[in-house]
Design a binder for this molecule. Structure first.
Ligand code: CA
Length: 400
């Protein structure tokens, strides 16, 4: 290759990577001067000047991530809606297929890290729908923007420097490093700093590649849980029945009591079998005393640390049980209008379109456009116009 060809190729590569990072390249002097000011602290954080220059040259901010940072949800998603979408028959079936397809890798991962295949696959299913949903924001751009605008800039700067170090180390190609608007990426949806602490190279190619190596991703998830205190061979917990009039005041995930104490207070497993003879657990009642109740052990805390939300932990814990052949919770959620699976959400969207609403593509995600249409239909049907789709709305829409 002569010099001129290589320069031309270089220019072509540079422009394509710039275009990939800047869908709307508007000059932004404030962003440029901010990035300039980040050079020195980035250097102090181990980012070489050439790395910094290579990845930030001609970078434009993506201000849509600031809108997402500031977004306040209109209403809180009820736990039964949250779980109905995350742990549905579709995900259970796909998860079981993944357990079979990756059985050999999962067995080696389990051997090395002590975390069972169903738990690892359940995290994978909830985090990225088994590698099918990674997010589309180029990390350098989204984290660069969050480092310079909006709340929590100090936090995002740490993640921005970690992103640049990951690129510098060559684990993932720059054009492959895309993720959620807030910087979680890959099969495991690790933040860049989590990647640096816990991602592992399990397939032995010298790179921890959470974008394109399923082996690396499954092992990294298991490594995360192991480092978070996973106890091999122990369950996350289980659903329990509370005796009539049982007081849940002051109880919770973190209030661990011995199994003997729980048994003495009348708690039983829902299948009627006795509580384990030893160990300690907290009592979680995510929808109050009238809904399902769970005794959660140390391993639930390990799952919880993945995303610091009890509803999230319960989704993974429950999915892992379903993958092992378990059924739905024994106690119904305290609602007369249960949530919808993703298949049912797609059906709602199809029915909304059939009624003439413009809601975009049928994707099972009930976004803003779907909610507007849902409100209109609820008004027409004489239902409360909450914008929430549950079984009642689905039934009514099926009826015309
Ligand atoms: Ca690898």
């Amino acid at each position: 290759m002569n010099l001129q060809t290589s320069l031309l190729l270089g220019a072509a590569l540079l422009s394509s990577s710039v275009w990939a990072q800047t869908p709307t390249p508007t000059p932004n002097p404030e962003f440029d001067s901010c990035l300039n000011a980040l050079r020195a602290p980035a250097r102090a954080a181990g980012v070489r000047d050439d790395t910094f220059a290579q990845h930030t040259q001609n970078l434009a901010p993506d201000m849509s991530v600031i809108d997402k940072l500031n977004f306040q949800p209109e209403f809180r998603t009820a736990i039964w809606d949250y779980l109905a979408g995350l742990v549905d028959e579709e995900r259970v079936a796909e998860g079981r297929a993944m357990l079979t397809r990756h059985a050999e890798t999962l067995a080696r991962v389990s051997e090395k890290y002590g975390v069972d295949p169903a738990t690892v696959v359940a995290v994978w299913g909830v985090e990225s729908n088994f590698g099918q949903t990674f997010g589309k924001s180029p990390l350098v751009q989204s984290l660069g923007t969050l480092s310079c605008f909006g709340r929590r800039q100090a936090y995002f700067r740490t993640e921005f420097y970690a992103t640049l170090r990951i690129l510098q180390a060559g684990h993932i190609a720059p054009e492959r490093l895309v993720g959620s608007w807030a910087g979680a990426f890959g099969h495991t949806q690790f933040m860049p700093s989590t990647f640096e602490r816990l991602a592992v190279d399990f397939d032995g190619d010298g790179k921890a590649d959470l974008m394109d190596s399923t082996s690396d991703a499954l092992a990294s998830t298991a490594n995360f849980l192991a480092k978070a205190g996973w106890q091999s061979g122990q369950p996350w917990g289980f659903e329990v029945k509370m005796p009539e009039g049982f007081s849940t005041t002051g109880e919770g995930r973190r209030t661990k009591r011995g199994m003997g104490e729980w048994a003495a207070r009348g708690l039983q497993r829902v299948d009627g079998s006795p509580l384990p003879a030893s160990g300690s657990a907290g009592l979680m009642t995510p929808a109050g005393a009238q809904g399902p109740a769970f005794l959660v052990l140390r391993n639930f805390d390990a799952i919880y640390s993945y995303n610091a939300a009890e509803s999230y932990g319960l989704a993974i814990a429950h999915l892992s049980d379903r993958l092992r052949g378990g059924g739905p919770f024994a106690t119904p959620w305290p609602t007369d209008d249960p949530g919808l699976s993703r298949a049912e959400r797609r059906e709602v969207q199809t029915l909304l379109i059939a009624r003439g609403h413009d809601i975009g593509a049928v994707d099972g995600m009930l976004g803003d456009k779907s909610r507007v249409a849902i409100r209109a239909e609820q008004t027409r049907l004489g239902q409360e116009d909450s914008g929430r789709a549950g079984q009642k709305l689905l039934k009514a829409l099926r009826g015309g």
